[in-house]
Design a protein around this ligand. Structure first.
Ligand code: RFL
Ligand code: PHB
Length: 389
């Protein structure tokens, strides 16, 4: 068979691109390795920038988000036994939306289904051929049969462990990576959030984050050792450790309960360059990873989708390849700024095993500067609500 764009990966990047292209009448097929239920079972991002909200609106999938999402005008930062507020709205004129990645993905799957969009689930052995020619094609196996799709372009939206990035020869691919000596242990619990705002906490015992999904669903994280396993942590041990990392004024209000999900994510900063090779484009986690501090992963995936979708649209509607030709350069310029912010915000809030007393004082001075300096708060707020596309 033949289509215009083959999209590898049915996570949020692939689905959003698919739906946006569909709205513009650009034919596409999505290939996903897992089942829909598996993809929807992954608990990930919770905070959406306005750029992603705009794209969801353009894709015609923003209605439930508008009803159920929680607008957040700021965030709290906890340190030295107290909290301070960063007022995004006052500092930038913008807010962010708390609406889970699971819900974004569900809304996109529903929209693709309603439009009879073609999504092939449980595909195996996906291979991209001739991406550096004018006639690429993609092969894959499903239920033991090999299939082939010829196309104009391939969008690699298959996450960090996908095949798309590996298709770019090492002679042209450059990778930049930093791993962090800790992970995040996260739980989801059917309890009311401890505060209207998210709370990012720096404590002597390590980082903690209080987040939420809705009025009766909370998401909490604590920094943990890379060697920890979720099953090492009973719910009681998790709550005890979380409470010890929060100021009393917060821990006194926190409602605990059984966890309904518990997982550990390692922290990594990673960028691959270029994000285009011939007719193959990388999008989202396939091209870059940020540590989750600052909530930039899904949002940076969305900015890639924005540049790629507009490039493809310009090509198909106006016959102009300028957007496609400059995709990698434009996407990477914004990616590196998100990398910088996530790296900085991580270094501000975590305990590192090799920190010496001087490093700890620097961290404290940086937090004090942020607490008391409007320009520092403004820089933080502009990055958090999302730099312009
Ligand atoms: P995904 O979500 O990994 O989706 C890729 C899809 O491709 C499929 N796939 C393949 N399909 C076919 N053939 C192959 N060979 C394939 N290989 C893989 C996979 O099954 C999958 O369905 O990448 P995508 O779409 O680029 O989306 C990126 C986001 O998922 C990610 O950046 C965010 O979740 C990161 N993130 C956060 N981002 C935010 O913007 N705000 C947050 O608050 C936030 N919190 C988080 C996070 C990530 C976390 N974890 C677990 C890493 C919190 C956590 C704990
Ligand atoms: C989440 O709610 O999962 C979340 C929120 C903010 C972050 C990371 C994760 O920075």
């Amino acid at each position: 068979m033949r289509t215009q764009v083959v999209i590898i990966g049915g996570g949020p990047s692939g689905l959003l691109l698919s739906q946006l292209l569909h709205v513009r009448g650009i034919a596409n097929v999505v290939l996903e390795r897992k089942t829909r239920d598996y993809v929807l079972g992954r608990i990930r991002a919770g905070v959406l920038e306005r750029g992603l909200l705009d794209l969801m609106r353009e894709a015609g999938v923003a209605e439930r988000m508008r009803r159920e999402g929680l607008a957040h005008d700021g965030t709290l930062i906890a340190h030295e036994g107290g909290t301070f507020h960063i007022d995004f709205k006052a500092l930038t004129g913008h807010s962010v939306m708390v609406y889970g990645q699971t819900e974004v993905t569900r809304d996109l799957y529903d929209a693709r289904e309603k439009a009879n969009g073609q999504i092939e689930f449980e595909v195996e052995h996906v291979e991209i051929h001739d991406a550096d020619t004018d006639a690429p094609h993609v092969t894959f196996h499903r239920s033991g049969t090999e299939h082939r799709i010829d196309c104009d372009y391939v969008a690699g939206c298959d996450g960090f462990h996908g095949v798309s990035r590996q298709t770019i020869p090492l002679s042209v691919r450059r990778e930049y990576e930093k791993t962090y000596p800790f992970g995040w242990l996260g739980i989801l619990s059917e309890t009311p959030p401890v505060d209207d705002e998210l709370i990012y906490a720096n404590s002597q015992r390590g980082f903690a984050l209080c987040s939420m999904r809705n009025a009766n669903l909370s998401r909490y994280y604590i920094q943990c050792a890379l060697s920890d396993k979720p099953e090492d942590w009973t719910d009681a041990a998790f709550w005890q450790e979380l409470l010890r990392r929060l100021p009393d004024e917060v821990s006194e209000r926190l409602v605990t309960g059984p966890s309904i999900e518990k997982s550990i994510a390692p922290l990594r900063s990673f960028v691959t360059e270029p994000m285009r090779w011939g007719r193959l484009f990388l999008c989202g986690d396939a091209a870059h990873i940020v540590p989750p501090t600052g909530a930039k992963g899904l949002n940076t995936a969305a900015s890639d989708v924005h540049y790629l979708y507009n490039g493809l649209r310009q090509f198909y509607e106006e016959g102009d390849s300028e957007g496609i030709d400059r995709y990698s350069e434009r996407a990477l310029a914004r990616v590196w700024k998100a990398e910088r912010f996530s790296w900085w915000f991580s270094s501000l809030l975590h305990r590192y095993p090799d920190q010496n007393p001087f490093d700890l004082r620097m961290q404290r001075a940086e937090l004090e500067f942020l607490r008391t300096n409007r320009a520092a708060q403004q820089a933080m707020a502009e990055n958090y609500v999302g730099l312009p596309y």
